[in-house]
Design a protein around this ligand. Structure first.
Ligand SMILES: [Mg+2]
Length: 290
């Protein structure tokens, strides 16, 4: 194995054309070079399956922003628990969706705060709010470990809600349209777990290249040996600076892709790997997320 390449989907491997065939071909072309691939997204496992099924060699699926990981069979370990779904061993962080929903209902009763989770909405309502197709919205609603919320109350109530969630072992990630309630984990933790598993399997240190465009990719980009940052549709670019809170430093190699989508992704990844071929990279354990 050469590199672990962990990539975000929307705005990174996928552009607005949403060409899953081209994305699968891009993933396959890197896998054929001996790299291990992980797709890391805020999407659900159900939403990610279509792309995974188009890949010749199934990638690891980091879903719901790292709240769950679906391991392909080659990475299973004897002691692993978790159900096997569509050929993947599915493992969740935290106590799962049913428990999360009961916490949210209890909080709503005790605080009187007004909010609506995906479970409280119809598929048609989710489709309208997200711009997804009806079938896409149905897949987005098949949640396993985290819940997007539409906040309908005051910012002060939101602050109290966030504190109450923290006391119960959850975190609130603020997004554009939705707030995501999830266990205390993120994409970076899942990528680190995968890197450790690969290092064990191959008895060798694993170098990590991460691709992403948004705030929810920052952790995994900072934890990587090589970061490839993709521009957002409005032309702005995620800034990667040293994070005082975690002590994470900026990777030795940071590259900027020209645009999102499979072709640009392949060019950027190829370029990054070529450039860093001789660059100094960090040993495992050097990342703040290990
Ligand atoms: Mg993205």
């Amino acid at each position: 194995m050469n590199w672990l390449i962990a990539t975000d989907l929307d705005g990174t491997l996928l552009d607005d054309d949403y060409d899953l065939v081209a994305a699968a071909a891009a993933v396959d072309s890197q896998a054929a070079l001996g790299h291990e691939i992980a797709l890391a997204s805020s999407k659900t496992f159900s939403e990610m399956l279509k792309l995974a099924s188009l890949c010749g060699r199934p990638p690891t699926l980091i879903f719901e922003n790292g709240a769950g990981v679906a391991w392909p069979e080659r990475l299973w370990r004897k002691a692993d628990a978790g159900p096997v779904r569509h050929g993947f061993r599915v493992q969740l962080q935290g106590e799962g969706y049913i428990r999360l929903r009961s916490v949210l209902r209890a909080l709503q009763r005790s605080s009187g705060a007004r909010y609506q989770g995906f479970a409280d909405m119809s598929v048609a309502q989710i489709a309208e709010l997200t711009g997804l197709s009806t079938s896409g919205a149905a897949l987005a609603r098949e949640r396993q470990a985290s819940e997007p919320l539409r906040w309908l109350d005051t910012p002060e109530a939101l602050q109290r809600f966030e504190q109450a969630l923290q006391q119960r072992g959850y975190r609130l990630v603020k997004g554009g349209r939705f707030h995501h309630v999830m266990p205390r984990t993120d994409k970076a933790c899942a990528v680190s777990a995968l890197a450790r598993r690969l290092a064990e399997k191959h008895a060798a240190r694993v170098r990590v290249l991460c691709c992403g465009d948004s705030a929810n990719d920052r952790g995994m980009l900072l934890g990587a040996d090589v970061a490839v940052v993709f521009p957002r549709p409005d032309g702005s670019v995620l800034a990667l600076e040293r994070e005082a809170s975690t002590g994470a430093s900026v990777p030795a190699v940071v590259l900027h892709a020209a645009t999102a989508g499979a072709d640009a992704w392949t060019r950027a990844v190829t370029d990054a790997l070529r450039r860093c071929g001789s660059a100094e990279t960090r040993a495992p354990g050097g990342s703040a997320h290990e």
